[in-house]
Design a protein around this ligand. Structure first.
Ligand SMILES: *Cc1c(COP(=O)(O)O)cnc(C)c1O
Length: 419
């Protein structure tokens, strides 16, 4: 059903219902043309509407200063209210279950402070082996913070000997096996290295059966793959906004908390005034009264300049939906896979699962040798992708702005690499 010709790729672009989004983004340039940007899994491109959105906040600050909290075009006091609706649709939850604040790893710590409540018997955390380093550091130090030993308290699930992706049955089995000591199951929804998408519903059900909490890091999932966090009964999730959500470097992170906790104003947390009920926040009195939703975990004043690009970016997402994005992504990444299989001049293995339901946009190409050298050749040819030790080039066509022609041009450049 695919063809390795430019005319085929151009025909696919013509039929693409999301094709209009491409012109909403700035592409880095290479020799006067758009670079082939397949790095949206690390840093999404800048939406063109961000500039005006930042100018608006600058102007309100310049002209009315403190008045901006109530009278800016987008009042800063309620700035976080802008995000609940679009994000709830993107991650599949109720509006009271989602908020934006801080950044990913900080939120992971805050969520663990609330939901990792170890006892002498149940204190272990299960995660994927070789998880993203920041997540590993967060888990290791949380465990130490509670007085446990990471070597004993972390259960890592690795691929079977000689394999590159994790067998999901191994996760379920390990959860059952460790049910007496397991407190928290914490996985990346998509592993950043292999691109493997996990069955979060199944993992959550197994965790709950074992009396453990299920949390997910959705850094590589939010804006990439549709989610049903509420229906899957996930306890908490965190993500960053600068990957598939295109909100710029260090943008505000997102947090989901299931309403069974979000509604509970007495749930354990570390608090600050921004999580306090707005009616009493400015009375400056003793006694924290949490807002009865996920924003009850907010701590500090809304970081408007850290949130404004996400606000602009989500306006684009509001013009489509995750189902449509996913449908294009299936096609786009499958086309990439098809073309990669035609190459015989370079040696690599696609370690990402080949079933589209078990991956997002990204394909990870594993080079037993010469990976770095080939990565450099790609960069020199105007292809922007990244290299992760050991030996993996990650290639992620982002469905919102990448085209089938991008994928074809990528293939054509690789086809001309010599042995
Ligand atoms: C990108 C990413 C991070 C980055 O965390 P920050 O706190 O935003 O720096 C953490 N974990 C995973 C799995 C990631 O993919």
């Amino acid at each position: 059903m695919f063809d390795n010709t430019i005319s085929f790729a151009q025909q696919k672009d013509k039929e693409d219902v999301l094709k209009h989004f491409r012109s909403e983004f700035y592409f880095p340039q290479h020799n006067g043309n758009d670079a082939i940007y397949f790095c949206g899994n690390s840093l999404g491109l800048q939406p063109k509407n961000v500039n005006a959105a930042i100018q608006q906040e600058l102007q309100d600050w310049q002209q009315i200063a403190i008045g901006g909290y109530l009278h800016a075009k987008n009042p800063w006091l309620y700035y976080q209210h802008n995000f609940s609706k679009p994000l709830a649709k993107i991650v599949g939850c109720k509006e009271n279950e989602v908020t934006v604040m801080n950044t990913l790893t900080v939120n992971l710590h805050l969520m663990m402070l609330s939901f990792y409540r170890p006892t002498k018997e149940k204190y272990k955390i299960m995660m994927e082996a070789s998880a993203f380093p920041s997540d590993q550091y967060a888990v290791e130090t949380q465990i130490k913070f509670h007085g446990f030993n990471p070597d004993d308290a972390i259960i890592e699930i690795a691929p079977k000997e000689g394999e590159k992706i994790i067998n999901e049955e191994d996760i379920i089995e390990a959860i059952n096996q460790h049910k007496d000591s397991l407190a928290l199951v914490l996985f990346g929804g998509i592993n950043y290295y292999s691109g493997q998408l996990f069955d979060m519903k199944k993992i959550t059900a197994a965790a709950h059966k074992a009396g453990a909490v299920a949390g997910f890091d959705l850094a590589h999932v939010a804006g990439n793959v549709p989610l049903q966090l509420h229906d899957w009964d996930i306890d908490f999730a965190v993500w960053c906004s600068y990957k598939y959500l295109n909100a710029g470097p260090g943008a505000v992170g997102g947090t989901y908390i299931h309403e069974r906790y979000a509604d509970d104003i007495n749930h354990t947390r570390l608090a600050g005034w921004w999580g306090n009920d707005e009616a009493t926040r400015f009375k400056m009195e003793k006694g924290f009264i949490a807002k009865p939703d996920a924003s009850g975990w907010n701590i500090s004043t809304a970081q408007v300049f850290n949130m404004v690009a996400l606000k602009a970016s989500l306006e684009l997402f509001e013009r489509t939906d995750m189902k449509t994005i996913r449908e294009k992504s299936f096609e786009l990444t499958s086309y990439l896979e098809f073309l990669l299989h035609q190459l015989s001049n370079i040696n690599f293995e696609i370690i990402t699962p080949l079933e589209p339901e078990r991956r997002g946009a990204q394909l990870s190409l594993y080079f037993r040798e010469r990976g770095k050298e080939i990565h450099k050749k790609m960069i020199d040819s105007g292809i922007i992708v990244d290299y992760r030790e050991p030996g993996v080039i990650r290639v992620a066509p982002s469905p919102l702005y990448n085209s089938f022609e991008d994928v074809f041009r990528f293939y054509e450049i690789l086809k001309n690499f010599n042995q």
